[in-house]
Design a protein around this ligand. Sequence first.
Ligand code: ZN
Length: 499
Amino acid sequence: MSSLAPKRVLLAGLFHETHTFLEEVTDRSQFATRRGAELLDTAGDGSPMGGAVEIARERGWQLLPAMDLRATPTGIVERAVLDEFTQSLDETIAAALQDGPIDGVLLILHGAMVCQGCLDVEGEVVRHVRTRLGEQVPIAGVLDLHGNITPEFAAATQAFVAYRENPHADACEASRDGARLLDRLMRESLVARTLFAAPSIVWPPPGTGTAFEPMSLLEARARQFERDHPEFLCVNVFAGFAYADTPWTGVSFTLSTIGDEATAQAALDELCQLAWLHRTRGNVIGAPLGEVLDEIRRSSTGPIVVAEPSDNIGGGGPGDGTALLSAFIAAGFERAILALNDPHAVQVLAAHAPGDRVTLDLGGRGSRLSAGPVRLEVELIRTGPGLFRLEDPHSHLASMCGDQFDMGPCAVVRHGGVTVLLTSNKTAPFDLGQWRSQGIIPEEQFVIAVKAAVAHRKVYDPIASRHLTVETPGPCASDLRSFPFRHLRRPIYPLDGAL
Ligand SMILES: [Zn+2]
């Protein structure tokens, strides 16, 4: 085959951030599925898969699309999901090899997925591909900055690019960069390898924003390494995902290089030292609820955004914890809004008309770790469908779902000055279209509660008069010492006192 023939590239996606401390098992039905040519429909939708398809077209590749599976962060994933995914890869590879060689592999992954019987799903996937295609075919792609990367994953791959921003505004662009690197590896027949290093650190999600130290320092150093060393194809900073209990959970770095190993290793060592030096800055724990309520009472201008990381939907929280609902009502706040995922309440309210007063239990069923349901008399404001187009096509949400999101049937209810948006699908608060589509104008509120750690800040910071982070009980609590880790390597900061 001449070198001008189109490059033939296997394309697939598997995306899940797994919270292994949740009781629920994530089953196959919770994954949005695309098969074969359906993967190509994502072009232009702002998702990492869409970005990869765009570069493939630009570079004239012949894509060999297998399967794309994505789900919102939830509990441990049933094994059948991984088995179906690798089977799809096998079938696509077998069919493709009948028409000629496969020149490269492009994978759209998260990096913190855990299945029943497999603590390193991404490592398993790339090893699987490697066994089928041999040592020469480059494997590249994109990973979330919250990936828990393993030495085995790094050793089996050439050029994965991690998101460099949290909130993940650059997810699509990082994916394009991964595809561009693969194109270069194929065209120039370069031999690249990926090296790995991890300091003994695990940070809770609120400590992983890239606008703040320590992540801003690590990102800046990584980009400087890329500028100074043309032989470094990419230098990745992984903040890790603390609630996936695996041996390599936590902060790590990978470096893909076409140069010598010692230079690359020295750069990785420096990044590890820098993370260690600033480790306490990443252990961000919110203020107690009473303190946050006092801060709100002392304020006169809104909107005050109150982030509640313990029920962080983007991190696997159920999004139905009621601690702030009860507190806002007790405090008598006016123009306070919050969203709860409560399909049952939505169903009850669907039988009523706007203006009806209904007494029902709200929220509090998703986790035994958080506050339970709250019985409340509410006024029904409206009910209706929850599909909305993202106002910010580059939001963190777009990195997960593309340009629209379906909250499922919704209801808006009010009790005193507190308005509650009830959804039927967990909806990470990363786009203001969530509110506006339901007749609520976020800019006009005094207090907005969001079930998130950091990723909401891209859309909420521009409208917020202040931003507060509150620590409440819940499955994504920021004090990592409260979680029963079993697989994580020890000792590690901040779990072990001597560190
Ligand atoms: Zn992430």
